[in-house]
Design a protein around this ligand. Structure first.
Ligand code: GLA
Length: 352
């Protein structure tokens, strides 16, 4: 196990940011920066033991500043969308910054993916890690309350990347945090992720309109292209039924996890057939946005000078449902001063 720290670069505001390298007892290696809490690279073995980087991103810090598509970042205050950038708390209407047409996406113009977090290194019997903290001031991106957020990344010797979130506010606000890594378990070959097998532990999903805002309905996955209750190849499932449910020819939807009590449950399991690499996602959250990189179109040049084509990566964004502040039938995203926000999410890696 080891933990190394070096200077990664400077933001336009002159803040130095660091790149940390965590290595576990089995040689898995995670590189994480305190700019946006971005997971920059993650080296994981295939069935032959070959380590390869399985997350999309860039070779330099300058590119993360310029070409940010939430690659590997911590997203907040509100990940996913808020319709018309508006919500009400106790009869008071708030407007948050709009950065996707009329709506807000992933926390607005300068969300948690674009701020510099304070950082502390931790080391324990389970593995090494980082504690990132950030104070989001009252009014930031239109949200009420001073919010202190803490995100702990831990790389364990059980080949897990554990992410523990916590937050406190001094005024009632809304909060929805996630981690936005784009995974490609084939490593450098960047195989189309729709060739992977996938199981999602969810009997329902939240249908959306053309702007990817939930209609409010909670619909069964049975008999639809959304049914991943049994492991199936993603591309085959997408062809099985009504493709109008898809977005840009792919998945970009919130599944309602079978997790009514907020326990740490297995939410997703995926296997990439050629490398044998697999990943499980465990979470305490009620929802999971499964996104197949539909907006990637080859124009973004990533690590090693490779163009990221459509479906070059998939994201497993454990979260509360999109636009929850405007849907009283969705689990609440309100955070009151007396409450504490917590979330645990684990990405567990294996090969077979
Ligand atoms: C999420 C959204 C997508 C897209 C990506 C970022 O997954 O649901 O629609 O905005 O983030 O590109």
């Amino acid at each position: 196990m080891s933990l190394d720290r070096k200077i990664y670069g400077k933001t336009p505001d002159g803040d130095s940011v660091f790149l940390f390298t965590l290595t576990n007892a089995n040689k898995l290696e995670a590189k994480i920066t305190n700019y946006g809490g971005i997971l920059v690279s993650l080296m994981v073995p295939d069935r032959e033991g070959k380590l390869e980087d399985i997350v999309l991103g860039f070779d330099t810090f300058a590119e993360y500043l310029k070409k940010n598509r939430y690659f590997g970042a911590i997203v907040g205050r509100y990940c996913n969308r808020i319709a018309n950038g508006k919500f009400s708390i106790d009869g008071v209407e708030y407007s948050c910054s709009k950065n996707e047409g009329e709506n807000q996406l992933h926390g607005g113009v300068r969300g948690f993916d674009k701020v510099v977090w304070d950082v502390n290194e931790i080391s324990g019997s389970q593995g090494d890690g980082l504690v990132l903290t950030y104070l989001s001031k009252n009014g930031e991106e239109g949200y009420p309350g001073n919010l202190s957020v803490s995100v702990t990344y831990l790389l364990t010797n059980q080949n897990e990347l554990r992410i523990e979130y916590s937050a406190k506010t001094d005024q009632t606000t809304v909060l929805n945090l996630t981690q936005h890594s784009y995974f490609n378990l084939s490593g450098e070959r960047l195989e189309d992720v729709r060739g992977c097998d996938l199981m999602l532990n969810a009997d329902h999903f939240t249908p959306v309109n053309e702007s990817l805002i939930p209609t409010g309905e909670i619909r069964t996955v049975r008999g639809t292209v959304m049914d991943f209750t049994h492991s199936v190849k993603i591309a085959e499932n997408a062809e099985k039924g009504d493709s109008s449910l898809l977005s840009q020819g792919g998945y970009d939807h919130n599944w309602v996890l079978n997790n009514p009590d907020g326990k740490l449950i297995l939410a997703a399991r995926t296997i990439e057939p050629s490398s044998g690499r697999g990943m499980e996602v465990h979470t305490t959250e009620p929802g999971l946005q499964f996104y197949t990189g539909n907006f990637l179109d080859g124009s973004l040049i990533g690590k090693g000078g490779k163009a990221y084509q459509k479906h070059a990566g998939y994201c497993f964004e454990t979260q509360h449902f999109p636009d929850s502040p405007n849907h009283s039938n969705f689990p609440t995203t309100l955070l009151k001063p007396d409450d504490s926000y917590t979330q645990s999410t684990i990405f567990r890696f294996f090969a077979n």
